[in-house]
Ligand binder design. Structure first.
Ligand code: FAD
Length: 390
């Protein structure tokens, strides 16, 4: 089988399939390290808190999606959550823990319980690194600098042109991520995304007749860095707000629930600026204030060290002064239609991670994308291997 993409979802699919005895090749556009997954900071959701459950987690997904999510996918996502975390731990990921040994859990926007596990504020980096190391230690084949640019069905199997090579595979897992980098360029806006997030693999699948959903639903991260210039496009982790930071307008007033669902918080910021109650950065960009001085030093040191380092390196100490922020293009909510085994509507073609739609409906909660990568990456790897060896 062939996996396209080396983010968390592609690596999870490849590692699972190879571990189950599959013959797996993974082709990716650049190096194995080039992806959005490694940039993820805040964390990954799973229901470990007292009184929490996968059902409650699924209910939060449903509500945050404004009842647009595919409930079967949301239930698979949250039901597999705790198991996915233990699998990552077996691969070497060390989630941040409290002094009593329990997971350090934060509450993220739209969540009814503290559910966000973290590895400091470099969670995506830690998860992707562990998956990549597991993949590199396996007998699978990596094809780097090998962008997929053609996929055709030939006599019941798939023929892929990846870079200069041609690969034949019984099944293909599409894990090539979203398109927000390209979309931001088109709109002349900032994006948090890696330059490889350009969406051509989705187009290729659509041209083959695959069904998609909610492709128009793009997500703004409420807290893009707005100042100084080298922080523009940086996604300030939502955990700043989980640990006490609040959004303030030019008059120092709170104008929204800082831990509301992402689309609502982003819209509240757009509206506040539109109403003339925002602030302006020294280079004339719109912004509001994020009062990060309310975060305790202890929480910041454990859960926000990278964010602190980035800002302090840029000459601003977020624990002493407020920072300026404005929404930034971040995530493709929709994507290829899949079932709970990550099958697309094309026979033998699977999709997982940001390229797939449905699990989050039209509005994703933070921390559920990394979870989706692991849960549906594993499901895709297992099902694609089984079909390939049938
Ligand atoms: C700055 C930032 C912070 C984030 N923070 C969080 C967070 O805290 N929690 C959370 O849950 N989510 C977070 N997210 C979202 C999450 O990280 C991503 O949605 C998720 O990791 C996407 O994983 P993926 O495997 O689907 O895609 P990616 O990680 O983007 O990987 C896609 C892969 O496909 C390759 N590719 C692209 N086109 C082709 C092609 N034509 N041929 C071959 N290969 C191709 C790319 O090079 C890449 O290797 C964050 C995202 C960003 C950008």
């Amino acid at each position: 089988m062939l996996v396209i993409g080396s983010g968390a979802s592609g690596l999870a699919a490849a590692v699972s399939a190879e571990g189950a005895g599959g013959r797996v090749a993974l082709a990716t556009k650049g190096s194995l390290q080039a992806n959005n997954s490694s940039k993820a900071q805040g964390g990954i959701q799973a229901s470990f808190g007292a009184g929490d459950s996968p059902e409650q987690h699924a209910e939060d997904v449903w509500r945050s999606s404004h009842e647009t999510a595919d409930r079967r996918l949301a239930e698979a996502l949250t039901g597999d959550g705790p198991g996915a975390i233990h699998w990552l731990e077996e691969l070497g990921v060390e989630f941040t823990r409290e002094e009593d040994g329990s997971y350090r859990l934060a509450r993220c926007g739209g969540a009814s319980a503290k559910r966000l596990l973290q590895v400091g504020d470099r969670t995506g980096h830690a998860i992707t690194k562990a998956l990549r190391e597991a993949w590199e230690a396996s007998s699978g084949t990596s094809l780097t600098n090998a962008p997929l640019h053609e996929l055709t069905q030939v006599n019941g199997h798939w023929r892929a042109r990846v870079g200069e090579r041609q690969v034949e595979a019984a099944t293909v897992v599409l894990a090539a991520g979203g398109r927000c980098y390209a979309e931001a360029e088109r709109r002349n806006e900032l994006s948090t995304n890696h330059p490889n997030a350009t969406g051509e693999v989705t187009t290729l699948a659509l041209d083959l007749g695959a069904e998609a959903r909610d492709l128009d639903a793009l997500q703004y991260h409420p807290n893009g860095g707005a100042w100084p210039p080298n922080m523009q496009g940086y996604s300030i982790p939502e955990t700043t707000r989980a640990y006490g930071a609040v959004l303030l307008n030019a008059h120092g007033e709170e104008f929204t629930d800082s831990l509301g669902p992402r689309d609502i918080v982003s819209q509240a910021i757009f509206d506040e600026v539109e109403a003339g109650r925002g602030v302006t950065t020294p280079d004339g960009r719109p912004a509001v204030c994020l009062d990060t001085t309310r975060i305790s030093e202890a929480d910041a040191e454990v859960s926000l060290p990278y964010m602190l380092r980035r800002y302090r390196g840029a000459g601003i100490d977020p624990l002493r002064q407020q920072i300026l922020t404005y929404p930034v293009l971040h995530y493709q909510n929709g994507g290829l239609v899949i079932d709970t085994d990550a099958r697309t509507t094309l026979d033998g073609v699977y999709a997982c991670g940001e390229i797939a739609g449905g699990a989050h409906g039209r509005n994703r909660m933070m921390g559920n994308s990394l979870l989706e990568c692991v849960v549906f990456g594993r499901r895709a790897g297992k099902a694609a291997r089984e079909q390939a060896s049938a």
